[in-house]
Design a protein around this ligand. Structure first.
Ligand code: TNX
Length: 519
């Protein structure tokens, strides 16, 4: 064969060989686990070159339902590197990021995912889309926050080889935002949702009514918001969500696999409603708007039929705009409701909630009522109520005030916050086991963990952030990571590594001296 022909044949062969098996760059890099939070169940670091991400890396997915997650990964890399990666339905060809739905051997958890990283592929597999979403969150934490040195971009974007197998300890991982004591607009709530999503939390409980304000439009009882929504603690203008606003919040949360749990607190904590509708009081006299911070002085008149008609209308409208399974009825601190009246009231409201195909959630006092077995008690302080819940076979959400209340001060010098349940430094907020607090509560009857932010002392996002960060990631990890894998000494280092993210997002966090911040 003439030399020239031989050469061109070789060229053709090389080109076609390259087209089906591109030679992938050989990048030496370990899996960068230092920012992973919550800590995954299992991380295995493997030998071999890292998975390279560059402008030619395609993102393929197995089926259309997964496309939004693939798009989110592409957006993430576009933000970081300016690459416009191909996103398409496809298979796991060499060089591709591949997302697929499949069962995971030996992991029986709806929210599980597994990420396998080698030089040839980065594959995320999960039984459900939500697991792929969590895999995407983990991938984000494996990538740098920004590319400072463009000449090192290939190494910076490479993902070290290994396998991450991950799933949550508890199904319910949430936070509560009290929008009644101070009202927060839709934008602020969306930002709060973003913060929950960053750490794989999946519930936002909205405390929508209290003595100081009624914050959700109820079309059949319009004065609730027209009158009852017009002020807040300290006398500011208050505010409320229209049903359309609320649905916008629900949708934004659902896009991030977060369930909204709406709370209408009753029969106590109802002054705002008692101002708007005098007939809900036993004496038929309208109460006055309240802008202070005392608790336990208001109650619906539990003997009146109109009260139950009211509750029915409210629950019906709320159920219609709430796709999640829960309606929270409060039930806490009803100090001026006689105990038999309280029991009668909760038992009737339970029936109303069930009538609208929802599960009742209430603060731990509700266990005194006659509850269905699907009702859920939210433990905040009473050991007695927690144990009653266990005896009644009810599931419990763990919000112990002395460990998990985001409105408690960090120490005695903290300006914002309260201290009735003590002060909660970042280590104290992390170092507790939900299953070790009360005798009869264990992993089987604990549904999950929720960190509530009551808003007597916080008036805007900046103040919210100060109490929430850096404690929130700790609650996310308490709820996600197996107890045996958690320890403060190791956690504090990973928490410190969140600083870059907090700074990038402009989060006003508390610089706890317990955390080894990097600057
Ligand atoms: C107690 S905890 C309350 C709230 C307050 C909070 C302040 C609970 C179920 N009720 O009404 O806002 O303390 O920390």
């Amino acid at each position: 064969m003439p030399k020239i022909l031989r050469l061109s044949l070789l060229a053709i062969l090389t080109i076609s060989f390259n087209a089906c098996t591109p030679s992938l760059p050989e990048i030496e890099k370990n899996l960068a686990t230092e920012r992973l939070l919550p800590l995954p169940v299992e991380v295995q670091i493997a030998d071999g070159f890292a998975f390279p991400i560059n402008a030619n890396t395609p993102i393929y997915y197995s089926e259309e339902v997964v496309a939004p997650i693939a798009q989110k990964i592409a957006a993430l890399i576009a933000d970081l590197a300016g690459y416009d990666l191909t996103v398409a339905q496809g298979s796991m060809v060499p060089g591709a990021i591949f997302l697929n739905l499949d069962t995971l051997a030996a992991v029986d958890n709806d929210e599980a995912y597994q990420m396998k990283i080698s030089q040839t592929n980065l594959q995320i597999t999960a039984p459900q889309t939500v697991g792929l979403f969590y895999g995407m969150q983990t991938l984000q934490q494996l990538l740098p926050l920004e590319i400072k040195d463009q000449t090192a971009i290939d190494t910076l974007l490479a993902i070290g080889a290994g396998t991450i197998t991950d799933y949550p300890r508890f199904a319910y991982r949430g936070s509560m935002l009290d929008v009644a004591r101070h009202f927060f607009d839709v934008t602020t709530v969306k930002t709060y949702i973003d913060y929950l999503a960053m750490y794989k939390m999946n519930v936002l409980h909205l405390h929508l009514s209290d003595d100081q304000g009624w914050r959700i439009e109820i079309k059949s009882w319009p004065k609730l918001t027209e009158i009852g929504g017009q002020t807040q603690v300290g006398g500011g203008p208050g505010g409320f969500y229209t049903q359309a606003d609320y649905q916008e919040i629900v949708k934004y949360a659902a896009d991030r696999f977060i369930t909204i749990v709406p709370e209408i607190d009753m029969p106590g904590h109802t002054n705002a409603a008692l101002v708007a509708y005098p007939e809900l009081n036993c004496d038929n006299k309208a109460r006055e708007l309240y802008t202070g911070t005392h608790v336990g002085f208001s109650t619906f008149c539990t003997d009146k039929e109109v009260v139950y008609q009211f509750v029915d209308d409210v629950m019906k409208e709320l159920a219609a705009i709430t796709p999640g399974p829960y309606l929270h009825i409060g039930g806490d601190e009803s100090h001026v409701t006689a105990k038999p009246d309280y029991i009668k009231f909760i038992s009737r409201v339970q029936k109303i909630v069930n009538q609208y195909d929802k599960q009742l959630v209430g603060w731990d006092e509700v266990v005194l009522g006659d509850l269905e077995s699907n009702a859920i008690a939210q433990y905040w302080s009473s050991a007695k109520n927690a144990n009653t819940a266990a005896e009644k076979n009810l599931k419990v959400i763990m919000s112990p005030a002395k460990y998990a209340y985001l409105d408690m001060k960090y120490d005695t010098t903290t300006k914002l916050g309260l201290n009735w349940a003590g002060v909660i430094e970042v280590d104290k907020g992390y170092q507790w086991d939900p299953a070790a607090l009360e005798e009869q509560l264990n992993d089987a009857n604990i549904l999950g963990v929720e960190a509530p932010l009551w808003s007597e002392t916080v008036t805007n996002l900046e103040e919210i952030e100060y109490l929430v960060f850096p404690r929130l990631p700790g609650y996310a990890e308490v709820a996600w990571t197996p107890q045996s894998k958690r320890n403060w000494t190791e956690y504090r280092v990973r928490l410190a590594k969140q600083q870059g993210l907090f700074d990038q997002l402009g989060i006003n966090y508390y610089r706890s001296s317990k955390v080894p911040w990097e600057d």
